[in-house]
Design a protein around this ligand. Structure first.
Ligand SMILES: N=CN[C@@H](CCC(=O)O)C(=O)O
Ligand SMILES: [Zn+2]
Length: 434
């Protein structure tokens, strides 16, 4: 065995075999859910054992585990006396590959400029596209590496990462290749998303940009996918007034679906244009933002269901209307969380995201944990490997310097002190490495 964590005060499994659905939690199962939690009993702590493949081999009380495993060779033992153990977090929406920060735009926004004011004036995504196109693959990889290692240090073990600052075949592929390298070299799992329709390039109309994604970018990406040079999971579009309209978004997403990609896109963020209804009608696995979702959009998402990926940092920074999270949960839409890390929302911390989701959007602590673990994993189609502590899943754990898991969210802004150890596939992550 690779690792034995013993004597824990609490093990938060999130879901277990007792749950009728273990792939995601929705409706009453997410609302005020009874998280699957094991607590120390009569002074007997809890153990988790991770095998040589980095998978969870067993979870249970120390005395039972001692009896079962005392004769086995164990590479490493962690004494978790008095501490809480929970699954590594999953960040369901990020834009992590880019050059050129936008700190100057932060002051503009504080002074009252809206996101679209800055975008239409040639800043925002356009600013980042210029810098990203001019950066080499090595430069982008160096920046990405440092960001992903900081996410991991803050407890994220699986992250969705989008392209979308290239906007042409060459530069979108460059970004996807950078993500590919990170998958090979870094101890964090990545689900990559092709987002060539993230903005309309300055010299094109939205229709020309749509044609470019359909006829140039997507075919080239899929050719590299077929050759095994890329492993892209999903396709994304910024479906928004003044960017890609609902019909253009539908055409791009349907082409991606025909090519075998999951649908996971930006919908109804700044203006209510019924992008969500369209997404549900074509079977989107996940949709993000949703500040402007309609009641019909919520009902449509609840059917399949499509997973709602909520991004509190963006709503907070741009002072947007909060997405109707309570209504989504009541109607049975599974809610997940993402940091939306990008040059507009520079946040690498899922514990902070969970805190914002609770305080600003009225989520309960258990709802936020479900949203940042099993539901975020399900948004990426990774619910069979990530998002809960169950036998056979990846041995990805956070061991807190606290007796109860809620401290992760309650002690805000200081995650790396609260999280004592981040374990990925049974190995302790060196959080001083960047
Ligand atoms: N809304 C579109 N995309 C990003 C922002 C990207 C950017 O501003 O660079 C988002 O999810 O918030
Ligand atoms: Zn985004």
């Amino acid at each position: 065995m690779r690792l034995w964590v013993k004597h824990a005060r609490q093990v938060v499994r999130v879901v277990s075999d007792a749950d009728p659905c273990r792939e995601y939690l929705a409706g009453p199962a997410q609302k005020n859910c009874n998280l699957a939690i094991l607590e120390e009993k009569d002074g007997i702590g809890l153990s988790i054992i991770i095998d040589r493949d980095g998978l969870i081999a067993d979870i249970g009380y120390d005395d039972v585990m001692q009896h079962k495993y005392e004769n086995q060779t164990i590479e490493e033992i962690i004494d978790a006396t008095g501490r809480s153990v929970l699954p590594g977090l999953v960040d369901a929406h990020t834009h992590p590959v880019w050059a050129g920060d936008r700190v100057h735009e932060f002051s503009m926004k504080l002074a009252g400029a809206t996101y679209m004011d800055i975008y239409e004036a040639g800043g925002g995504i356009h600013f980042t596209v210029n810098h990203t196109r001019n950066a080499s693959e090595d430069e982008l990889y160096g920046l990405l590496r440092q960001r992903l290692m900081r996410m991991l240090a803050n407890g994220t073990v699986l992250v969705e990462g989008k392209s979308g600052y290239g906007l042409d075949a060459e530069n979108e592929i460059k970004m996807l290749r950078v993500l590919e390298r990170a998958k090979r070299e870094l101890p964090i799992d990545i689900s990559s998303t092709f987002c060539g329709a993230h903005a309309v390039p300055k010299n094109q109309t939205a229709e020309e940009a749509t044609q470019n994604v359909l006829n140039e970018q997507l075919p080239k990406v899929m050719l590299m996918q077929a050759n095994g040079e890329l492993h892209v999971d999903s396709i994304d579009v910024f479906c928004e007034k003044g960017v890609f309209d609902v019909e253009q978004s539908r055409r791009i997403l349907e082409a991606g679906k025909r090519a075998g990609l999951r649908l996971n896109f930006h919908a109804d963020e700044l203006t209510p244009i019924n992008g969500t209804e369209m997404g549900a009608s074509i079977g989107a696995e996940a949709m993000s933002h949703l500040e402007e979702i309609s009641p019909a959009g919520i009902a449509a998402m609840a059917v399949k269901p499509s997973i709602a990926v909520i991004l509190p940092t963006t709503a907070y920074l741009l002072r947007l209307k909060p997405p109707p999270v309570r209504e989504m949960i009541t109607q049975g839409v599974p809610v997940a969380l993402g940091s939306d890390f990008n040059p507009n929302a520079y946040c690498l911390s899922m514990p902070l995201v969970m805190n914002l989701a609770c305080v600003l959007f009225g989520m309960t602590l258990p709802e936020a944990l479900v949203a940042a673990t099993i539901n975020a994993a399900a948004a990426l189609g990774k619910q069979n490997t990530h998002g809960s502590l169950e036998i056979g899943k990846y041995g990805d754990l956070l061991i807190l310097n606290a007796p109860r898991w809620e401290h992760l969210v309650y002690q805000m802004g200081d995650n790396q002190q609260v999280i004592g150890q981040v374990i990925k596939r049974g190995r302790i992550i060196d959080r001083t490495a960047t």
